[in-house]
Design a protein around this ligand. Structure first.
Ligand SMILES: [Zn+2]
Length: 379
């Protein structure tokens, strides 16, 4: 029947040596072991709370197939990402709900998709329409959130984990946040220029996250009072950061890491160009160009439209920027990212990785998910 296999490795968090017993590529037990190879590591698979598309597949469409989604999922797994939140961005509200329902029904038809798509992230349309703050989202589509919107969203997602990014300064937003939290929707603030008192009210109402801090804001910030310093000065917010050395400069990345020592995670905010060659890609209605520098550019504009970052590359880019061990940044892209998304960190049954890493250099590894063993591809 299924082959039994023992792997000796060190835990990425504690460094303790363990013996993993796998039956048919499923983890049957973890026991302490006397020794393990120095560079073989056992770690949870990466989790990404914000994936807009991957491997050439744009999630902001109405015509992708199960095979398209499987291509994206397998590409993510080749980049060590076992699970993610399928992300939909600003669109006409009815279209957005239809898209969510369609993606959900496709996901439910495939065991592999069901295990990989851990939930849904709705980024928009309850965002700031102010120049610079709306980013690549269409400001003419923005809405003030109502209780009906929140209930419709919850209904479209069923009981699935659900995350929503909201600008709390929009009329009705604080009430909407409280209702969302009562319906078990995780609320992250973002694409916002909210004053400090409104950020505090949003936290009081139950908002816990802040979406890709350092982006979704104008390039020209007031030096005395701007959204970055207000968020850093608001207790209770747990931001995500894009660790590609492009969306946030290495110096700012280090400063954010220092200012938020125990409360931040990483997200790629990947769009369809991630895990795919340089070329032209779409995110919804937006045509983008991705060069060999991996920057996702909207032709003729200065703002970015998502990233072309592979999750595992984010881990090692972050470690380089911070001059720290990959073990710290792996945590930010796995367990900390799950916390940001409101997911439990219980590792039982979740995808995991066995990695060969020397110093901060990835030498190879596998991700184990759904009884499959998939080789992780280096950049
Ligand atoms: Zn965004």
């Amino acid at each position: 029947m299924f082959g039994k296999e023992c792997i000796f490795a060190r835990r990425f968090d504690t460094g303790a040596t363990v013996r993993l017993t796998l039956v048919g590529n499923v983890l049957a037990s973890i026991e302490p072991a006397e020794s393990a190879p120095e560079h073989t590591w056992f770690a949870p698979a990466l989790f990404d709370p914000q994936i807009n598309g991957y491997a050439g597949i744009d999630f902001q469409r109405d015509d992708f197939s199960i095979d398209d989604l499987l291509k994206a999922v397998r590409g993510l797994r080749q980049a060590a990402c076992g699970q993610f939140f399928f992300t939909l961005t600003t669109e006409d509200w009815a279209i957005l709900l239809t898209r969510l329902a369609r993606a959900r029904s496709l996901r439910n038809e495939s065991k592999e998709l069901a295990s990989a798509i851990a939930g849904w992230h709705i980024e928009g349309p309850f965002l700031s329409a102010a120049p610079g703050f709306h980013g690549a989202h269409d400001p003419s589509m923005m809405l003030d959130p109502t209780p009906d919107h929140i209930r419709e969203l919850r209904a479209a997602a069923g009981d699935d984990p659900l995350l929503i990014t909201i600008a709390p300064e929009r009329p009705g937003a604080i009430k909407a946040i409280a209702l969302a939290v009562s319906l078990n929707i995780c609320v992250s603030l973002g694409h916002t220029d909210a004053p400090a008192d409104i950020l505090a009210e949003a936290v009081q109402a139950g908002a816990t996250g802040f979406t890709h801090i350092g982006n979704g804001c104008t390039q020209a910030l007031d030096r005395h009072d701007n959204i970055l310093v207000r968020v850093l000065d608001t207790p209770g917010l747990f931001p995500s950061i894009i660790p590609d050395a492009i969306h946030v400069s290495p110096a700012m990345f280090r400063l954010l890491n220092t200012a938020l020592p125990m409360r931040h995670c990483f997200t790629t905010d990947a769009m369809s160009a991630a895990g795919a060659p340089a070329g032209r890609y779409r995110i919804g209605k937006i045509e983008t160009e991705v060069g060999t520098d991996r920057i996702v550019r909207m032709p003729g504009k200065t703002n970015f439209a998502g990233s072309a970052l592979r999750p595992i590359d984010g881990v090692f880019t972050a470690a380089r920027m911070l001059n720290c061990s990959w073990r710290e940044t792996w945590f930010r892209s796995s367990l900390a990212a799950r916390r940001y998304a409101g997911l439990s960190n219980q590792p039982d049954g979740l995808p995991f990785c066995v990695l060969h890493i020397e110093g901060n250099t990835f030498k190879g590894g596998s991700i184990f998910a759904d009884g499959q063993r998939i080789e992780i591809q280096s950049a």
